[in-house]
Design a protein around this ligand. Structure first.
Ligand SMILES: [Zn+2]
Length: 224
């Protein structure tokens, strides 16, 4: 195991990482957020904002690499979601090639197709029969993480783990026996916007932080 990530060191790093995510408003663990027109939530995570913070991206990739090294050292491939996850997965693969780990997994990414996820034919055939870890920014025990793991397993890959920055689903959970590894494990709740208990209880939607696409655009404009 990487000595930097012994159990206590990891706890301390995870605490610092969580605080840095909150300070940069990438991760907001408590509140009442309008994620989009359909969903309200008690937590918020925005991977687009993580991408414009190079230090956040680097630490996230280190966490993912360290978790993979501990649990899935025989990994041959890392599977990225479409979009923002490709940068994270590529950096995690680069971290795995450094000492003391020195694995060199290949990175492939999924594409969005017909409302689901699929892979380019060349990626499909490369995944077949390989030991793979699925990488996600955010795993919610519903669609996030699950859909990518399922798409990857349909190629014939053996999925060793799902590695995420934040697991907001039930902690220490597995996806049909596949462990979910995460830097942050904190459950959050997602509600339909038209039937939200936080709205019913009179708690106003947080209009300054995490209020949908406008918030993200404004934060991106500040960061760039
Ligand atoms: Zn609400």
């Amino acid at each position: 195991m990487d000595p930097k990530f012994g159990p206590y060191a990891k706890q301390e790093l995870a605490k610092g990482f969580r605080a840095a995510l909150i300070a940069r408003q990438v991760f907001l663990p408590k509140g009442h957020f309008a994620l989009d027109a359909e969903y309200h939530a008690s937590g918020f995570f925005q991977s687009k904002l993580a991408l414009v913070n190079p230090e956040i991206l680097a630490v996230a990739a280190e966490f993912i690499a360290a978790e993979i090294a501990m649990v899935a050292a025989e990994v041959e491939m890392l599977v990225a979601p479409p979009g923002c996850g490709i940068a994270l997965t590529t950096l995690a693969a680069a971290s795995l090639t450094k000492q003391p780990r020195r694995y060199a997994p290949l990175v492939v990414h999924a594409i969005a197709q017909g409302g689901g996820l699929d892979f380019f034919p060349a990626f499909r055939s490369t995944l077949e029969g390989r030991k793979a870890v699925v990488v996600e920014w955010f795993c919610d025990g519903r669609n996030n993480g699950t859909a990518l793991a399922e798409a990857a397993s349909h190629t014939g890959a053996e999925i060793l783990a799902v590695a995420a920055v934040w697991n907001a689903g039930p902690t220490r959970q597995t996806l049909r026996g596949v462990p979910i590894l995460a830097a942050i494990e904190e459950e959050f709740e997602l509600f339909p916007a038209d039937n939200c208990p936080l709205c019913r209880s009179g708690q106003p939607v947080d209009a300054e932080r995490g209020a949908g696409p406008e918030f993200v655009e404004a934060r991106l404009a500040l960061a760039l």
